[in-house]
Design a protein around this ligand. Structure first.
Ligand SMILES: *[C@@H]1O[C@H](CO)[C@@H](O)[C@H](O)[C@H]1NC(C)=O
Ligand SMILES: *[C@@H]1O[C@H](CO)[C@@H](O)[C@H](O)[C@H]1NC(C)=O
Ligand SMILES: *[C@@H]1O[C@H](CO)[C@@H](O)[C@H](O)[C@H]1NC(C)=O
Ligand SMILES: *[C@@H]1O[C@H](CO)[C@@H](O)[C@H](O)[C@H]1NC(C)=O
Length: 261
């Protein structure tokens, strides 16, 4: 009898002292962690667009036209900030007509500048912006975009391209980078003789980016790569259950002990 009591008591003690007890996943840190350094305002756009995406085509144009310096300079300007619409690689590869290959270097630069607004806009700001017709872009003058907010989905209209913001790559003041499904083609270069947009037949002049198999596979890939975020949470909840089990065992051992005493 006495032996079993001691056994029960030590079991309870052991369980209470066991390393997994009462923890929900974070390892014990004895030394206090140093205060985190203040987040730098500076966002390196080249780094951001290299890691996200795939945005290699757009980044390539940014660099070949040197527009990257203009955008980076504005991104450094924390007063106004910048909003950039970045087409995926598949948007460029599905762009058949009109194509960018026939543009002069100056026109190409204008097209790339056309993909940014010289101000930071969070996604929520587009509701307000959609009340403004013709928002000026970095390309200036007639190079304007129209926005509509369709219950939270931001649609971008360049005249030639009607597309939507399909994901927010970065949206912390002063830098917003939004992924769009199509290359934004300005009327100021391609003219106003735009083929009707919802054109089921005959074939539209601009291949719809979303319908190309390329775009679909890219979507699937990005959907896959962004999903496996649940596993660390699951592991943590398993550990919590385990700790809870320890706790229940310890309590019941003590209860038994009390009964014996
Ligand atoms: C941004 O990152 C790129 C690539 O890592 C690097 O070459 C470039 O020097 C960086 N720019 C600045 C201004 O730090
Ligand atoms: C932006 O700021 C970074 C960090 O202060 C600096 O290294 C870089 O040269 C700046 N780039 C431009 C284009 O102003
Ligand atoms: C919305 O836009 C108007 C001008 O069109 C501006 O005065 C107002 O401050 C804006 N509101 C917000 C919340 O940005
Ligand atoms: C933007 O809206 C204005 C006013 O509704 C219109 O005149 C203009 O043509 C539109 N621009 C584009 C690119 O759709």
């Amino acid at each position: 009898m006495e032996f079993s009591m001691i056994f029960t008591f030590s079991t309870a003690l052991l369980l209470l002292l066991s390393p997994g007890f009462g923890k929900t996943g974070s390892p014990p840190s004895l030394s206090p962690t140093p205060a985190p350094a203040p987040a730098p305002d500076y966002v390196n756009l080249t780094d951001l667009l290299t890691v996200a995406g795939p945005f290699h085509t757009f980044l390539g144009y940014l660099q070949s036209t040197k527009v990257i310096d203009t955008f980076q300079n504005q991104a450094n300007n924390t007063e106004e900030g910048i909003t950039i619409f970045v087409p995926k690689d598949s948007a460029f590869s599905s762009l058949k007509k009109p194509s960018l290959s026939k543009l002069t270097p100056d026109q190409l630069k204008q097209v790339i500048l056309f993909h940014a607004l010289p101000h930071f806009y969070a996604l929520a700001d587009f509701k307000n912006l959609s009340q403004t017709s013709s928002t000026p872009t970095f390309a200036g003058g007639d190079y304007t975009l129209n926005f509509t907010d369709n219950s939270g989905t931001v649609h971008v209209n360049s005249g030639w391209s009607l597309t939507k913001v399909s994901s927010a790559v970065h949206a912390t003041d002063p830098v917003a980078v939004y992924q769009v499904d199509k290359v934004l083609l300005p009327e100021a270069i391609f003219g106003t003789d735009i083929p009707p947009t919802p054109a089921p037949s005959p074939a539209p002049e601009i291949a719809p980016a979303a319908d190309s198999p390329d775009a679909k596979s890219a979507d699937t890939k990005s959907a896959k790569s962004s999903s496996p975020s649940s596993s660390p949470d699951e592991a943590a909840s398993h550990r919590t259950i385990f700790s809870l089990g320890n706790f229940v065992l310890a309590i019941s051992s003590m209860a038994i002990m009390v009964v014996f005493l």
